[in-house]
Design a protein around this ligand. Structure first.
Ligand code: ATP
Length: 217
């Protein structure tokens, strides 16, 4: 049987080392064959964005280049209509077949917000979910919305080998190096003309500078 494939969605506005370590450590801790990065398309309600979806995609390409286990999926960025995670998973299922183990990678903050996602319960029929620890966001039943806590308790597996056992449906957690970096922090630094160096790859910072991004965020 093939190795599980990690799927990592996000706004990546911009991509930073918190994202990169999450993907890198997920491969090691969860035994993934690789991680497919899936930058989100532009939310329709956001007006005149300073940074376009194509630019966020370009930054993810720069950040992930050179790692043969990383690939980038531009489908959400290129879609004309808003693309929800559940639609992306349905498309990947059609592409990769029913037997491929898919593992949706999320940080603890994103996981806690899962009940707000379109058709969120259907996600468990399409993929496993692996939740990484993130500073300030505990992964424990008491801090989750009730309906999610029920799913968490029912689906939680202590051992990552559960991801090999079937194509979808389990929830695992994994501890990654704790990095209190956020894209919000990076945007604020850049907007105030302060250094964001060492919070994200130099190649991404170069791109930001060349295109004068995040100047007045
Ligand atoms: P923003 O500050 O704009 O909300 P962000 O830094 O949280 O952005 P996103 O693109 O929204 O980045 O996050 C994509 C995914 O990466 C989410 O699942 C999020 O939980 C996770 N993530 C982001 N930063 C970290 C981090 N420092 N540690 C662990 N997980 C992270």
């Amino acid at each position: 049987m093939s190795e599980p494939l990690g799927l990592f969605g996000g706004t990546f506005d911009p991509v930073h080392y918190g994202h990169l370590r999450l993907a890198e450590e997920a491969i090691a801790h969860l035994g993934l064959g690789g991680v497919r990065w899936i930058p989100a398309g532009q939310p329709p309600h956001r007006e005149a964005p300073q940074v376009t979806a194509a630019q966020r995609l370009a930054m993810v390409h720069r950040a992930t280049a050179g790692n043969p286990r990383f690939s980038v999926d531009a489908s959400e960025v290129e879609a004309s209509a808003p693309s929800y995670t559940v639609h992306t998973l349905e498309r990947l299922r059609r592409e990769l077949g029913d037997r491929q183990q898919l593992v949706l990678l999320v940080g603890a903050d994103a996981f806690a917000g899962l009940p707000g996602w379109h058709r969120w319960r259907d996600i468990f029929a399409l993929a496993h979910v692996a939740v990484s620890h993130r500073p300030g966001f505990p992964v424990e039943t008491a801090s989750l919305p009730l309906e999610l806590a029920d799913e968490f308790n029912a689906r939680r597996q202590a051992d990552a080998s559960a991801l090999q056992a079937g194509p979808a449906g389990a929830i695992v957690t994994f501890a990654m190096t704790q990095l209190a970096i956020s894209a919000t922090q990076v945007r604020k630094l850049l907007a105030n003309d302060l250094s964001a160096r060492y919070l994200l790859p130099d190649d991404v910072l170069d791109y930001i500078q060349i295109h004068s991004l995040y100047r007045n965020a």
